[in-house]
Design a protein around this ligand. Structure first.
Ligand code: C2E
Ligand code: CA
Ligand code: CA
Length: 750
């Protein structure tokens, strides 16, 4: 069996999957954006570290530049290249050391290694390694590595300018000693950021500047083995870069370093790793927050969407799915739900009941729309309760049409349940202010039905058809669709398609049933009865096509066709000088305009030369004309010389009152009179017989001729004769006869 997801679940699943897709999309997008942001901030971090490092480096370089300029101002090339020792000594003694704040000593060392100080002292410094480092003429200054001297407490560095004679001969070096703490002061002055630590180290990796004073003049190697290879010497040996390492406080740091231009020293700064991580951490939290808020926003959106859609959907439902008056399903929705049931239980039996109210149109017109609506509401509630009892579904169609669809186990059982339910409905309906009578059409769907693939619309059609076959009398309340009815549908379909051409092909013809005077059994008249000789279905009697023609209106056309046939026949008989009796023709209930009827009738009649007393028109009491109009047409027919009979008198709801109102000449008593008063033995029931006798007497008093239809037995004939009924028409005397037989019959019974 095919499983179907309910629309609500489908809606929820759709929303959910859309939600998930959007969430994943947002996640991916936020990840991309955040990663990008992280990369950008990481790059910014690196860039700004490099900038800071560059800042420090430049400052140190500037100071060194400054020292060089100062040293340059002291340089007297002439004296230092060609002056005597005294001249050198004298030149130096003129220099005021206090003018050179950072220099702790200034001295000239001649080519033999003898140093001459500004203080006037001399000393042999020929063993000093920094003196051996001779720069060439172009970069004629040099900064030494850090070292300690016995003369100062602080370690120092030497800045040295090498002096050459014009012929590039080495003449000596002008030197200045600077205590390294001067550099510490420089870096302190330009302190950037709180967490940044600044290092300056010489070409051997010995610290000139170090945040921890005790490392000044020393090298450093991290304690952790992982970083031990990143010693200060190792850093000195590379030009620039950044590494992760461990500082003297055992903190993991990012170390940025770079050689100071034109010098062997290295400037380095470090930032605690935790610093960067806290930035990253912040960003990570932001990312998670974004994702969470996206998700929450999404869920809120989904909920809102669901609520909005629900409202919208419900509104739609009210408009298209629920009937505004009864709050039941509309036919449309009913069909959808019933179809679902059919699909869910493909092997089950189902019962579809269509019901409506007799003469609802009439109720609507007479009591007003509001009362009719109230009645519909009352009836719908009743049907709804009963349907619910049987776990069925119900819907309302147009006006008073209701549909019920129930899964059943057995047709027989379902019918007995239905009948009980119908009794209950009838009981309840009786309590209502306005009297109304529902009727029901039933269709069954069986698992072995050849038409199992019938749609709900098809089933409704069947139930509807069954209902339409219910006669006007109140005895039948329901009708069940069956294959016989299906045959009828097909037949009616065929009839409707071929009736027009049947007239052209003269397939309709007339038979004549004699009317016999009971006093002497002589023929005194006949009734013209139409027959249809079809090519496909053989000979059809009027009961097969007249009810349909009454429904589709074709009967009025057929009536005139029959009249023409009858007039033609009589006219021929007259011409041939054959004896002829008055013939009565039937006027269908569909004619509603007397003037039009008379006009058309006379137009045909006048084509022939027939004395009007040979024609009788049988009118129906329950025609579409009201009694006033019937009276009018009777008068008009009388005026033209025709006689008029009231057909089917006593059937249905005839009222004796009519007898006085409509001036007909003949009363044709309905066949039902005899049928219902004749016992199984063929004898007449005394009470019924008495009633008929009274009616015949009454008719005589009213000066109406009396004809009895459907006389089949001698007993009936004898009875009618005994009560002095005028004429009889029935199989006892003759069936309807074809023209030649009828002519023969007249000859024999005149
Ligand atoms: P109706 O006008 O009451 O006609 C009498 C019907 O009773 C005829 O049926 C006739 O054959 C039948 N009948 C006569 N005697 C007996 C009898 O002893 N026993 C039984 N069982 N039946 C008897 P038919 O010809 O089938 O006509 C049926 C109905 O069709 C007619 O009832 C009439 O209402 C209608 N009809 C027939 N021909 C025409 C027509 O040309 N125009 C119109 N508008 N209606 C027609
Ligand atoms: Ca008749
Ligand atoms: Ca009749």
């Amino acid at each position: 069996m095919q499983k179907r997801i309910s629309p609500n679940a489908a809606k929820f699943l759709t929303s959910l999957s859309v939600g998930i897709v959007i969430t994943i999309f947002v996640l991916i997008l936020s990840n991309i954006v955040m990663n990008r942001a992280l990369r950008v901030s990481e790059k910014r971090y690196l860039d700004s570290c490099e900038q800071i490092l560059k800042g420090y480096s430049n400052s140190i370089q500037l100071y060194i530049e400054n020292y060089r300029t100062s040293l340059n101002s002291i340089n007297n090339k002439k004296i230092f290249t060609s002056g005597s020792k005294d001249e050198i000594q004298e030149w130096l003694s003129k220099i005021d050391l206090s003018c050179y704040e950072d220099f702790s000593a200034i001295y000239f060392v001649d080519s033999e290694g003898m140093a001459y100080f500004t203080s006037g002292e001399t000393e042999d410094l020929s063993d000093r390694t920094y003196l051996a480092k001779r720069t060439d003429a172009s970069t004629s200054y040099f900064i030494s590595d850090i070292f300690n001297t016995p003369f100062t407490d602080e370690p120092i560095i030497i800045i040295k300018q090498t002096i050459f004679s014009d012929n590039k001969k080495y003449c000596g070096s002008l030197c200045a000693a600077i205590e390294v703490n001067k550099f510490q002061k420089i870096t302190d002055k330009i302190k950037i950021g709180n967490n940044c630590k600044v290092y300056l180290q010489d070409s051997n990796g010995i610290f000139v500047v170090h945040p921890d004073q005790k490392y000044v003049g020393k090298t450093y190697s991290p304690a952790d083995e992982k970083y031990s290879h990143i010693s200060s010497q190792a850093v000195s040996n590379s030009f620039s870069g950044f590494v992760e390492t461990q500082d003297h406080e055992n903190e993991i740091v990012d170390l940025f370093y770079s050689k100071i231009p034109e010098c062997e020293w290295t400037m380095a700064i470090s930032f605690p790793k935790s610093e960067l991580e806290s930035i990253f951490h912040q960003q990570k939290t932001t990312r998670i927050l974004i994702v969470i808020s996206c998700f929450i926003a999404l869920i809120i959106l989904l909920i809102i969407e669901n609520i909005v859609l629900d409202c919208f959907y419900k509104r739609q439902l009210i408009n298209t799915d629920y009937d505004s008056l009864t709050k039941l399903w509309t036919r449309q929705r009913f069909e959808i739900e019933a179809t679902k049931l059919l699909r869910r239980y493909p092997k089950s039996k189902f019962m579809l009941v269509e019901s409506d109210i007799r003469g609802f149109k009439f109720i609507n017109q007479n009591y007003g729309e509001e009362s009719a609506d109230k009645m519909i509401y009352f009836y719908s509630a009743l049907l709804n309760d009963i349907t619910n009892d049987f776990h069925g579904i119900i819907g309302r169609g147009y006006a008073d049409h209701f549909y019920t669809f129930v899964k059943i186990t057995e047709v027989r059982k379902a019918m007995s349940v239905f009948k009980k339910a119908m009794e209950k409905v009838t009981e309840e309906v009786k309590k209502y202010d306005i009297q109304f009578f529902p009727k029901f059409g039933i269709a069954f769907l069986m698992p072995d039905n050849t038409n199992r693939d019938v749609t709900i619309q098809g089933l409704i059609g069947q139930a509807s058809f069954a209902k339409s076959t219910i006669k006007d009398n109140l005895l039948t309340q329901y009708s069940i669709y069956n294959s016989r009815l299906l045959e009828q549908i097909n037949r009616e379909h065929f009839i409707e398609n071929s009736m027009e051409s049947a007239i052209e092909k003269n397939e309709f013809f007339v038979m004549y049933q004699p009317k016999i005077r009971l006093s002497d059994d002589k023929i005194v008249g006949a009734e013209a009865l139409v027959r249809w000789r079809t090519t496909d279905m053989g000979l059809l009697t009027p009961d097969k096509f007249i009810p349909l023609f009454e429904r589709n209106g074709f009967i009025t056309k057929l009536d005139f066709y029959v009249y023409e046939q009858v007039f033609k026949f009589i006219n021929n008989q007259i011409k041939e000088k054959n004896h002829i009796v008055p013939v009565s023709v039937n006027m269908s209930r569909n004619h509603s305009k007397p003037d039009k009827f008379m006009h058309d009738f006379m137009e045909i009649f006048n084509k022939y030369e027939i004395p009007p007393h040979l024609i009788q028109v049988e009118i129906l009491e329950r025609s579409f004309m009201d009694s006033e109009t019937l009276k009018e047409i009777t008068n008009q027919l009388h005026r033209e010389g025709f006689s008029v009979a009231m057909d089917d008198f006593g059937s249905g709801e005839s009222s004796l009152n009519m007898l006085t109102k409509i001036p007909v000449d003949v009363l044709k008593f309905d066949r039902d009179f005899l049928l219902s008063s004749t016992t199984e033995t063929g004898m007449l029931e005394s009470k019924a017989a008495k009633f008929i006798e009274i009616l015949i007497n009454l008719s005589k008093h009213l000066e109406k001729q009396t004809v009895f239809e459907g006389v089949e037995t001698q007993a009936q004939r004898d009875f009618l004769r005994s009560i002095e009924c005028d004429q009889a028409q029935g199989y006892f005397y003759s069936k309807p006869l074809a023209e030649p037989d009828f002519i023969q019959f007249i000859k024999m019974h005149s």
